[in-house]
Design a protein around this ligand. Structure first.
Ligand SMILES: NC(=O)c1ccc[n+]([C@@H]2O[C@H](COP(=O)([O-])OP(=O)(O)OC[C@H]3O[C@@H](n4cnc5c(N)ncnc54)[C@H](OP(=O)(O)O)[C@@H]3O)[C@@H](O)[C@H]2O)c1
Length: 325
């Protein structure tokens, strides 16, 4: 027993930590926010607006983009009232590359690109129009690609040698598929592949990629999305709490500052990130240690969640059949 204790708590860290310190890639980085240009899509509402408030409060030069000019003006006023800082506003649809390119050219070089725009239809695929599925993918996934394609040339050719960031607001539904989120999860899982590949392509230019995974967050978008949520989706995610948008924004900036590839926002999110670490990059050798040592535990937790969800689905179908007969 004493031998096992010694091996696990002393020998294992002694051997593993130096190895992990040596192998983790990309290497740790510090990305300053103060006096940098932070450009936020979806910055007129919800998480994007909270990110804009935080960036302004941290002394960044902030630009926000969304479609509705009225909402953008309201956002600009609320940030001015809270921080005294005037943010730049740009009206454009992320689906339209030419419009996005024009905005990006006007806004000037960007140091932190935060992609927080998004649409959310919770519904079984069968009940969704294909046009809604396509719209979800076009905004959430293609919209990010349009933005990055427009921003990257200037970001790569910047004169400022400091590290810069591209951060995606994904979702916990981008880490695990949940009933009713077929189109939404497809769009958010797509961001992970995009981010992993992009990080390899831009690391040579000192550009650091982050994926933020918020849980349900109190925003106008969530209020809208909840109206259509299928009954089973509500049952399955009933155990998850709701975060405030400014708490998510704080976690996001803490992670971006350290160039974290995965940014979790709460305890459940950390467990999800451990369970889905896979081949994702990890800069922190301490987090890598936790991932390696805890590898089996999150899998057990994940299996318990799946058990719970599938039992809810079985029960729901049984009750539905019983009510019909
Ligand atoms: N709230 C949650 O529970 C939650 C949880 C996990 C992840 N997320 C993710 O967090 C992000 C923000 O969500 P939220 O809840 O803050 O939503 P929200 O309150 O509805 O805000 C969405 C923002 O995106 C903009 N937008 C939507 N479509 C756009 C388009 N085609 N082009 C440009 N801008 C567009 C909206 O402005 P306009 O309508 O004026 O364009 C608005 O500024 C989304 O990516 C969402 O998937 C949210």
């Amino acid at each position: 027993m004493a031998d096992a204790f010694f091996s696990f708590f002393v020998l294992l860290p002694l051997i593993l930590l130096p190895i992990l310190y040596f192998i983790v890639r990309p290497r740790p980085v510090n990305i300053p926010i103060k006096n940098r240009h932070v450009f936020i899509t979806g910055g007129s509402s919800g998480i994007g607006l909270a990110l804009a408030h935080r960036a302004a409060a941290e002394g960044a030069r902030v630009s926000i983009m969304a479609r509705s000019l009225t909402k953008l003006e309201e956002a600009r006023n609320s940030i001015k009232n809270a921080t005294g800082i005037e943010v730049a506003i740009y009206a454009a649809d992320v689906q339209e590359y030419d419009a996005v390119k024009k905005v990006v050219d006007e806004a000037g070089p960007i140091d932190v690109l935060l992609l927080s725009h998004g649409v959310f239809y919770a519904s079984e695929l069968e009940k969704m129009e294909l046009s809604e599925v396509k719209f979800t993918l076009d905004v959430n996934l293609m919209g990010c690609l349009n933005m990055i394609k427009a921003v990257l040339p200037k970001m790569k050719n910047r004169k400022d040698p400091l590290p810069v960031s591209i951060a995606f607001v994904s979702s916990q539904a981008g880490q695990v598929g949940v009933y009713g989120y077929v189109a939404y999860s497809a769009s958010k899982f797509g961001l992970r592949g995009l981010a992993e590949a992009l990080q390899q392509e831009v690391i040579g230019d000192n550009i650091h990629v982050s994926l933020i995974f918020p849980p349900d967050t109190d925003t106008p978008g969530l209020v809208e999305g909840r109206k259509r949520r299928p009954e089973l989706t509500k049952i399955i995610i009933s155990s998850s709490g709701i975060m405030k948008a400014d708490e998510v924004a704080q976690k996001a900036f803490d992670g971006i500052r350290h160039g974290s590839f995965f940014i979790s926002c709460n305890l459940e999110g950390i467990a999800l990130s451990l369970a889905t670490a896979g081949l994702s990059p990890q800069r922190s050798f301490l987090m890598a240690f936790v991932e390696v040592v805890a590898a089996g535990i999150p899998r057990i937790v994940a299996l318990c969640f799946q058990c719970n969800w599938y039992r809810s689905i079985e029960k729901w179908h049984k009750e539905k059949k019983f009510n019909l007969s």
